[in-house]
Design a protein around this ligand. Structure first.
Ligand SMILES: C[S@@+](CC[C@H](N)C(=O)[O-])C[C@H]1O[C@@H](n2cnc3c(N)ncnc32)[C@H](O)[C@@H]1O
Length: 193
């Protein structure tokens, strides 16, 4: 897969960070499947021996993701789950190297169905429980829609207080973009001493 060479999209910048985090054979999670771009990216990174659990609450998201995976021959290395990421703990029992959150609403769909602070936080907490040492939770946050700022505030409030002996928390954001540019938060679980 060819990755972008420029600092234009937060989702591409994310992939610079993840390049050496996800290995062949890993188990990973796409917490917000949407149109399946991230699920496909993860499926490619983990290879045929790896696995991706992908969550969304919209049937439409599963449909378009299934189509993408089918085209690449990746269907057997992913489970597409029609349920909220707040229920990750009901489906994923093993350790994972990466959990991706791309928050907000499904592009081109109704903007009424958006990720919400309570369920997003519950999912982040469950993800921390099953994250491998040196694994990363990556959260792309958007504030341009109704409810986006509240979601951002509750995430920052939580991650700002994560114990630095256990986790590294990194923020990336565009400083000179107008119109509510997105932010990226990466949480790495540190190796226990
Ligand atoms: C910005 S889109 C994700 C884009 C996606 N990663 C892609 O590659 O196309 C956000 C998605 O989160 C989904 N969503 C909203 N609440 C959710 C929840 N509680 N659990 C899982 N997905 C949720 C929406 O339905 C929407 O499809």
């Amino acid at each position: 897969m060819a990755y972008a060479k420029h600092l234009t999209k937060i989702t591409d910048i994310n992939k610079f960070y993840l390049e050496n985090i996800i290995n062949k054979g890993d188990v990973t999670i796409d917490a917000t499947m949407g149109n399946g771009y991230d699920t496909k990216y993860l499926a490619e990174k983990v290879g045929e021996k790896g696995f991706v659990y992908a969550f969304d609450i919209q049937e439409e998201a599963l449909k378009s993701t299934r189509k993408k995976l089918e085209k690449e021959g990746y269907l057997d290395r992913a489970k597409l789950i029609l349920d909220g990421h707040e229920n990750i703990d009901k489906y994923v029992k093993e350790e994972v190297s990466c959990v991706l959150f791309n928050l907000g609403y499904l592009p081109r769909a109704k903007h009424l169905i958006i990720t919400k602070p309570d369920t997003t936080l519950k999912a982040i907490k469950s993800s921390l429980e099953i994250l491998k040492e040196n694994g990363i939770i990556s959260i792309a946050i958007y504030t341009g829609h109704d409810g986006g700022q509240e979601e951002k505030d509750s995430i920052y409030n939580f991650v700002n207080n994560l114990n630095q002996d256990e986790f590294n928390v990194l923020e990336s954001k565009f400083l000179n973009q107008v119109n509510n540019p997105p932010q990226l938060i990466l949480i790495e679980k540190k190796k226990s001493q």
